[in-house]
Design a protein around this ligand. Structure first.
Ligand code: SF4
Length: 321
């Protein structure tokens, strides 16, 4: 797959995502929905069927993402995947901590039901760091075994996500190296943490400029291993020629509407240079970040060209002051 083909296939705009489960058996310290999990309602079976029917009629998305807090805790996951596949979704993805993929027979059921994309959260670079962040002993070993179990299925792919926090940012290059042996792993994502509130109550937000050297090394290592890279919620201008790796689009998310009240508390898109900057994909800073570190006006630089164009191989759109 060429980089252009890869980006076209995995473009979030081509996916719908539905939350079908709000339980989780990890307690990650960076969990963005930990305060809302008990209140939010998962999608009902009729919501799920309505989404399938809509896509049958409109042919709007080529992939469906089954998600939640931890979707593998949903008893009927294989059946949901099979229904999605049969109803015409070309790709069925699960978003998961990956631990249950360590059970080979369970994984075989998911693959047999049509799941062909596995989006797996990797919190740290080894058992000690990962388990410290997930707060569950043994979680790294299971997640890694799950990712390794995918290797036997040539038609499936995995993508990973690492949340970038004060506790994890120094680990990023090592995370890439620890997963270097995985042949099915096609994309690694790095999401700068946002707390779903107006302050950083857990002291997890690192300063972007402290993260930068580690993120650069992780990008370098990903390239050396032939991985595509996606970065979310990080100022594009800090990345220089890699600014186009910032891509904040998300799939169409079907979730309890109460989620959005919490999400809006983040206050994204704050940047003193916003009016003069051409970076269409950049979320700027959020309220909690600004409360902790200020607006960082001198560290950020408005861009004259939209780096997102480079992502799609188009001539860059120029912003005139
Ligand atoms: S100047 Fe602001 S909006 Fe522009 S890329 Fe930097 S952080 Fe994003």
């Amino acid at each position: 797959m060429t980089p252009a083909e890869h980006r076209a296939r995995f473009d979030p705009k081509r996916y719908a995502s539905i939350t079908m489960e709000f339980r989780c058996n990890l307690r990650c310290e960076h969990c963005m929905i930990e305060g809302t999990m008990d209140r939010l309602h998962p999608g009902r079976r009729q919501d799920f069927e309505a989404l399938l029917a809509r896509n049958r009629a409109e042919r709007r998305w080529h992939g469906l993402i089954l998600t939640g807090s931890e979707i593998t805790l949903h008893r009927d996951l294989p059946e949901l995947a099979r229904r999605a596949h049969q109803s015409g979704f070309r790709h069925v993805r699960i978003q998961t901590h990956g631990m249950h993929l360590a059970k080979a027979d369970y994984l075989a059921r998911l693959v047999d039901a049509g799941v062909d994309e596995f989006f797996v959260s990797v919190a740290g670079s080894d058992a000690a760091s990962h388990d410290r962040i997930t707060t569950v002993r043994g979680s790294f070993d299971k997640t890694l075994r799950g990712l390794e179990n995918l290797e036997q299925y040539p038609h499936v792919v995995s993508l990973t996500n690492t949340v970038v926090t004060e506790r994890s940012y120094r680990l990023l290059p090592d995370v890439v190296e620890r997963l270097a042996h995985l042949k099915r792993l096609v994309q690694m994502e790095f999401w700068a943490y946002w707390p779903m509130r107006e302050d950083d109550a857990k002291d997890l937000i690192p300063r972007h400029q402290d993260v930068l050297p580690y993120l650069r090394r992780a990008i370098e290592r990903c390239r050396a291993h032939g991985r595509e890279i996606e970065i979310k919620n990080f100022p594009a201008c800090l990345l220089g020629t890699d600014a186009h790796l910032v891509y904040n689009d998300q799939p169409n998310l079907f979730i309890d509407p109460a989620f959005w009240d919490e999400f809006m508390r983040n206050g994204f898109y704050q940047c003193v240079h916003r009016e003069r900057c051409a970076a269409s994909e950049c979320l700027g800073l959020n309220t909690a970040y600004i409360r902790k570190y200020g607006h960082e006006a001198t560290a950020l630089t408005p861009l004259a060209e939209d780096p997102a164009a480079r992502r799609w191989g188009e001539p860059p759109a120029v912003k005139r002051a």
